[in-house]
Write a protein that binds this ligand. Structure first.
Ligand code: ZN
Length: 252
């Protein structure tokens, strides 16, 4: 059955001289993998090869469970030229689509994630956009959406509250599934130190999520990005390819 969806290109590979295999995040049909015949011809309906981050109106048919579907037509409706012009923005955008592609299963609808990604890419394209904060918010919301954010408000070991201001920070353990207080952060458990600035960043992200206006300065955003990226690497069992260009690990 033919479907028509707003869609963002997450992954692309060559299939033949003229065709591509493209994974799109669609708004309500989730991630779909499609054979895009003839798209690499200059005179194709898509106006040439489809690139990562391409966003537009997608017409497609789905294959049988898990197999390749077919791209019928793709028309770019959002120009990501401003995003592509500067390496730091482009890398951030590519990091977000790589993350979405790794975290979301195929054919599973995630309209919230589509909207989140659409908004984040639009924001990254704006002059003077706070790139680290955009990446931080996207990572936070995506992890929350897929249920992998972990417990952040209290120690997952003993239940002690950790978010009150002025605390000396804590530890975060992906294998334990959240924050650990000083007393519980012992033994051979993999964990990273969460300092006061990172705690402040986590509080700002929680506030922003509940609709409050919350500032996230660059140094806080970079710290929390380091933490969330560590957590994502653990969850996926590998680092994201773009992480080394986007995440400033040493600042965590
Ligand atoms: Zn504890």
């Amino acid at each position: 059955m033919r479907d028509r969806q707003p869609a963002i290109c997450l992954r692309v590979s060559d299939y033949s001289e003229t065709s591509q295999v493209v994974a799109f995040l669609t708004r309500t049909a989730g991630v779909v993998r499609l054979l895009a015949k003839g798209t690499k011809r200059a005179k194709s309906k898509s106006g040439g090869a489809i690139d990562l981050l391409s966003e537009g109106d997608l017409v497609f048919t789905l294959g049988r469970s898990g197999s390749l579907g077919t791209l019928v037509e793709f028309t770019e409706t959002v120009s990501h030229t401003p995003l592509r012009r500067q390496a730091v923005r482009l890398n951030a955008g590519l990091y977000l689509i790589e993350l979405a592609g790794e975290m979301l299963a195929q054919d599973d609808p995630h309209p919230e994630v589509f909207d989140l990604l659409h908004n984040a890419l639009a924001r990254l394209a704006q002059e003077g956009a706070p790139i680290s904060a955009v990446v931080a918010y996207f990572q936070w919301r995506l992890l929350r959406h897929v249920g992998l954010l972990g417990g952040l408000d209290e120690c997952v070991g003993c239940g002690k509250a950790l978010t009150s201001p002025g605390r000396q920070g804590a530890w975060f353990s992906s294998s334990m599934g959240g924050m650990l207080c000083r007393a519980c952060a012992t033994g051979p458990v993999g964990r990273v130190r969460v300092d006061g600035k990172t705690m402040a960043a986590l509080a700002a992200l929680a506030a922003a999520e509940s609709g409050k206006k919350a500032a996230l300065p660059d140094d806080q955003a970079e710290r929390v990005n380091g933490l969330l990226s560590y957590h994502i690497t653990y969850q996926l069992g590998k680092p994201l390819k773009l992480a080394k260009h986007v995440i400033a690990r040493k600042k965590m």
